[in-house]
Design a protein around this ligand. Structure first.
Ligand code: HH2
Length: 277
C-alpha cells in the first residue's frame, strides 16, 4: 500500500489519510458571508475555539476580503486585525493558516507562528516566494483570473481545466526552483475567483487533473455564489448546498475543504467516510 501523502505545515506534519476540514475565521467587516460577525478580539477567539471543538483540523484566518469587487486594505490594517488573534489562537493545538496576498504580512505572521500561508494570488509575486521560502510553513497556491476588484466581470478561458492546471504546474516549478520543498505545497483551483458556474463545475468534475506533482488539492466553495446559483438560496441559506459541495469535492479527491460551517461538514464527512471507506 502506498503511504498517505503528507503536508509539512509549520509546527505540524499533517497526514492526509482522510479529508481535512479547514475552518474559516474572517476578521473582515466586508466578507461576503460573515463579514463583521467576529469584529472584536474575543468574538474571533471564541469562534476559533468553537471551530476546533467542532472538529476543524486547521484554521484559516483572513483580514482582507477577496469577495468579487472587494478593495485592498493596507499592510498596517491587515496586521492590526491579524496579529492579536494569531497570538491567541496559535497555541490551541491546531495549525493556523493565514489568508493573505501581501509579502510583508506573510513575513510578519510567520514570525508570529503561522503554519500555512494561503495566497489567493498563487505566489505570483516573487516577493511572496521570498517571504516564505526559508520557513517550514505550508503554502496554499490558488488560481485566480484577474484580481478581486474585477475578476467576476467576464471570466473567459479556452479550456479552464488546462489553463488552471498549467498555472498550478508553473507555480509549483517556480516554488521548487526557489527552494520550497514539494511536501509544503497544497493546490487550489480557486472556486469563484474569475470563474463562472460552468468553469467551477468543470474544475470540480476534473479535480484529479489538478493534482500536479501529486500534491493535495484544497477546495473552498462554502456559501459561495456557485451554491447560490445552483440552489437559488441567499448566502445565509447555503448550508446544505455547501455541505453537499464539500462531500462531492472530497469524492472527487480533494484533501482539504475550506468551510464556514465546520460541525455540519465534519458530521457529513464522518457519515460519508463510514459508508465509502
Ligand atoms: N475563498 C475565499 C477566500 N480565501 N482561499 C483559498 N485557498 N480558497 C478559496 O476558495 C478561498 C480562499 C473567499 O471566501 P471567504 O473567505 O469566506 O470570503 P471573503 O474573501 O469575502 O472574506
Amino acid at each position: 500500500m502506498t503511504p498517505a501523502p503528507r503536508l509539512t505545515c509549520g509546527r505540524f506534519d499533517l497526514e492526509l489519510s482522510r479529508p481535512l476540514v479547514m475552518g474559516v475565521i474572517n476578521l473582515t467587516p466586508d466578507s461576503f458571508s460573515d463579514g463583521g460577525q467576529f469584529g472584536t478580539l474575543n468574538e474571533a477567539i471564541d469562534h476559533a475555539i468553537k471551530q476546533i471543538e467542532a472538529g476543524a483540523d486547521i484554521l484559516d484566518i483572513g483580514a482582507e476580503s477577496t469577495r468579487p469587487g472587494a478593495q485592498e486594505i493596507s499592510v498596517e490594517n491587515e496586521l492590526a486585525r491579524l496579529v492579536p488573534v494569531l497570538r491567541q489562537v496559535r497555541d490551541l493545538g491546531k495549525p493556523i493558516s493565514v489568508d493573505t496576498r501581501k509579502p510583508a504580512v506573510m513575513r510578519a505572521v510567520l514570525a508570529e507562528g503561522a503554519d500555512m500561508i494561503n495566497d489567493v494570488s498563487g505566489f505570483c509575486d516573487p516577493q511572496a516566494v521570498a517571504a516564505v521560502v526559508a520557513s517550514r510553513c505550508a503554502l496554499c497556491v490558488m488560481h485566480m483570473q484577474g484580481d478581486p476588484s474585477t475578476m467576476q466581470q467576464s471570466p473567459a478561458y479556452r479550456s479552464v481545466v488546462d489553463e488552471v492546471s498549467a498555472f498550478l504546474y508553473r507555480q509549483v516549478e517556480i516554488l521548487q526552483l526557489a527552494g520550497v520543498a514539494l511536501e509544503r505545497i497544497v493546490l487550489d483551483p480557486g472556486i469563484g475567483f474569475g470563474k463562472t458556474l460552468d468553469h467551477n463545475l468543470a474544475l470540480l468534475r476534473e479535480l484529479s487533473c489538478l493534482e500536479v506533482f501529486e500534491r493535495p488539492v484544497l477546495i473552498g466553495l462554502s456559501r459561495k455564489s456557485m451554491v447560490g446559483q445552483l440552489t437559488g438560496q441567499p448566502v445565509e441559506r447555503r448550508l446544505a448546498g455547501s455541505v453537499a459541495g464539500a462531500l462531492a469535492s472530497v469524492a472527487q479527491g480533494a484533501a482539504f475543504v475550506r468551510v464556514h460551517d465546520v460541525r455540519e461538514t465534519v458530521d457529513a464527512l464522518r457519515v460519508w467516510r463510514a459508508i465509502v471507506d
